[in-house]
Structures are given as C-alpha cells and as structure tokens.
Design a protein around this ligand. Structure first.
Ligand code: IMP
Ligand code: MG
Length: 193
C-alpha cells in the first residue's frame, strides 16, 4: 500500500518498478561482462542502496569498492571539481570498472570523477545510473546503463536524500521545485505510515 502523498510530492517510482528495472540492468551487465570480474564503484552515499540491489542481480564474480567526495561549494559557479575524502581501497589498473550512481544531474561531478579514474588506466570504464536527469546535463557524458529518465524535479528516497534524510524510503518521491525547501517536513509522514 502506498501512503497518501503530501502536497507538492508524488510517487515517481514504486518499489516494484525499481526492482523490475534493477533486475534488467543486472542481467544486461551480467551478459556484457560475461567471463570478466567487473568492479562496481559507488560514490557514497546516495548510490549505495541501488548498488546493494544491483550487485545481487549480477551473477558474476564482481567486486565492490567505494569513494567519498566533497564538493567545493563555496565557488559561485559549479565546476564539478571535487576533493576525494575516501579513495578506493584497491587499484583499478587493468580492471573493468562500472561507476554506479543514484542520479546524474548536471553531470559535472561525475565527469570530473571519470577523468580522475581514467588516469588510473582501468581496462574499461562505464557508468550505470538509476536515474538520468538528462534535461539538466551540463557536462556531456556517455552513460552505458541508465535505469529511468528523471524529470526536472527533486527526487528523494531509495538512497537519494533531502538534507541527509529519507534515503531509507523504499520508493522514489518527486518533490516539485517550489516545495523542495520544505521537503524534509513534507516527507516525514511517509516514514511513519
Ligand atoms: P551533478 O554533478 O549535478 O550531476 O550532481 C549529482 C549529485 O547531486 C548526485 O549524485 C546527488 O547526490 C545529487 N543530486 C542531484 N539531483 C538530485 C535529486 O533530485 N535528489 C537528490 N540528490 C540529487
Ligand atoms: Mg550522489
């Protein structure tokens, strides 16, 4: 049962819709990487919920590794330049790397990260994102695997946060731009229903 939705919000993707798509993405990766041992790289923290489900949908000897980054938010214009707070635990030289993301918005962060990872000479480097907010793209990116097109709304749940909360919602909610500021309060009833 889906709860009643607060004003300014609507369900973007149900638990079942997400699960079905994740199964398909996992099967595609499994087929494309047959005979290889890909490393799924997740950028903390948004992508971890998706990663956990995707990883279990791939029946290959795959591995996971994590990075944590911080954006330089003081600068007026976003550049995508980030500081690495936690680097990968293992070398990726000669490995088949798949960066697993929750959502790609402007693409600035990811395009900077991909540049940094490419310098480490992986055998291959691809991107798998659950949501692709293509209308907002600034940095052109080649996305090999995309779960769903995302409209220009603020998406929350299934790993995506509003001020660090609601990552544990099992479905994804779209919050209208005008309601984003009050999103944390608006969404609270969804956690208790
Ligand atoms: P980009 O550099 O603009 O592509 O930033 C992407 C990052 O911004 C994602 O990994 C998210 O952490 C965050 N983000 C972008 N759009 C949303 C959204 O709709 N909901 C929650 N987080 C978002
Ligand atoms: Mg993120």
């Amino acid at each position: 049962m889906m709860p009643d939705m607060p004003d300014g919000t609507r369900v973007l993707l149900t638990r079942d819709e997400i699960a079905a798509r994740v199964t398909v993405l996992g099967a595609e990766i499994e087929r494309d990487y047959a005979g290889r041992e890909p490393v799924l790289v997740s950028v903390l923290k948004g992508g971890t919920v998706f990663l956990a489900d995707l990883f279990r949908a791939i029946d290959l000897p795959a591995r996971v590794d994590f990075m944590s980054i911080s954006r330089y938010e003081e600068s007026a214009a976003p550049t995508g330049v980030v500081r690495i707070l936690k680097d990968l635990d293992h070398d990726i030289v000669g490995r088949d790397v798949i960066v697993v993301e929750d959502i790609i918005d402007t693409g600035l962060t990811l395009s900077y990260l991909l540049g940094a990872l490419r310098q480490r000479e992986p055998a291959s480097l691809e991107v798998c994102t659950l949501l692709d907010k293509a209308v907002r793209r600034i940095a052109p990116l080649e996305i090999r695997y995309a779960g769903f097109d995302c409209p220009d709304v603020f998406a929350v749940g299934y790993g995506l946060d509003a001020s660090e909360r609601f990552r544990n919602l099992p479905f994804i909610v779209a919050v209208e731009r005008s309601a984003v500021a009050s999103a944390p309060e608006l969404l609270l009833p969804l956690l208790t229903s």
